[in-house]
Ligand binder design. Structure first.
Ligand code: SAM
Length: 296
């Protein structure tokens, strides 16, 4: 289905979105076509939002702040590549990250001394955010099975000064079942249907969706096994498809997980999703994103 000159959704995806959201499909469509500004997260371990704002202003770059997160900044009228050339970027004082993807670490509230697992971590935006939010004092294990993406993760950890992160190039499904963590982030591999934009081609097929769903269920089961009693598991995707999102509740219920409510700032527009979960609607500022939380 053609949305405009630049974006054509594969028919099966368009059918699924219509089926799941009806009239709200138009909002998703507007979100896909919106040109989102570059957003960045200030690395508190190295600098402060004030210093970053001053430096950006000195470069002639306008900045907006974000009400729900002091460390999030919206850069105006500038491309990613230009920001990546700035010394503050090279020094790891900022990380280019979508606003939606800053949400899971905030909800997990990482604290000093906690043992935290980031199961599917590369390129490391959320790992480095978890580390920074803990003041550099959480003990984080970050897994990534893809070799190229693992190198990127290691590079980002080093640049961001995330020193106490134990990066493992491994399939998270192969982690020792005797390990236990206080908190686990499962930012699951998914179809990416929340992040579709007019700039990039859309890759989607029913087979790909099925493959993602199967892997998500397996990873969730593993995550729940590795969670301490009373620990918190956050499951997120950058998809807006119910099969990859609310669909996980069936697995959670089967395993006896207790759901914890996800509450997002009211300024973030949501799509319908099962009670206690949140599905961010793609928009001019946010990528589509799903969040759910559980305890054991
Ligand atoms: N959390 C990351 C961030 O914020 O930068 C993004 C993670 S991305 C959505 C999912 C990642 O999971 C991909 O890098 C993929 O290679 C990795 N992955 C997929 N299956 C995996 C597995 N079984 N074990 C470990 N990593 C896996």
């Amino acid at each position: 289905m053609a949305l405009d000159d630049h974006l054509t959704l594969p028919q099966p995806l368009s059918d699924r979105l219509h089926g799941a959201y009806g009239e709200l499909f138009a909002c998703i469509e507007r979100g896909y076509l919106a040109k989102r500004p570059v957003t960045l997260r200030v690395n508190r371990l190295k600098t402060t939002p004030e210093r970053v704002i001053n430096e950006l202003h000195a470069q002639g770059i306008g900045v907006q702040t974000v009400a729900w997160y002091e460390d999030a900044l919206i850069a105006e009228n500038v491309r990613e590549a230009a920001l990546q050339r700035l010394p503050m970027y090279e020094r790891g004082e900022v990380y280019l990250q979508s606003l939606s993807s800053m949400l899971p670490p905030i909800l997990l509230q990482p604290a000093a001394g906690e043992n935290i697992l980031d199961m599917t971590a590369a390129p490391g935006g959320k790992t480095t955010e978890l580390f920074a939010l803990s003041g550099g004092k959480a003990l984080i294990t970050a897994c990534e099975r893809d070799a190229v993406r693992f190198d990127r993760l290691r590079f980002n950890l080093s640049r961001q000064g995330a020193t106490r992160v134990n990066a493992l190039k491994t399939d998270a499904l192969a982690l020792d079942d005797f390990l236990r963590f206080d908190k686990i982030l499962l930012d699951a591999p998914c179809t990416g249907t929340g992040t579709i934009s007019a700039d990039e081609g859309v890759r989607f097929s029913e087979g790909y969706l099925e493959k993602c769903v199967r892997l998500q269920r397996k990873l969730f089961e593993k995550a729940f096994r590795l969670l301490k009693k009373g620990g918190v598991l956050l499951y997120s995707t950058c998809s807006v498809l119910p099969e990859e999102n609310g669909g996980i509740l069936e697995t959670a219920q089967r395993l006896g997980a207790t759901q914890l409510p996800v509450q997002l700032p009211s300024e973030i527009a949501l799509l319908p999703s099962p009670e206690g979960t949140a599905c961010v609607c793609p928009s001019a500022l946010y990528e589509g994103f799903f969040l759910s939380m559980f305890t054991k």
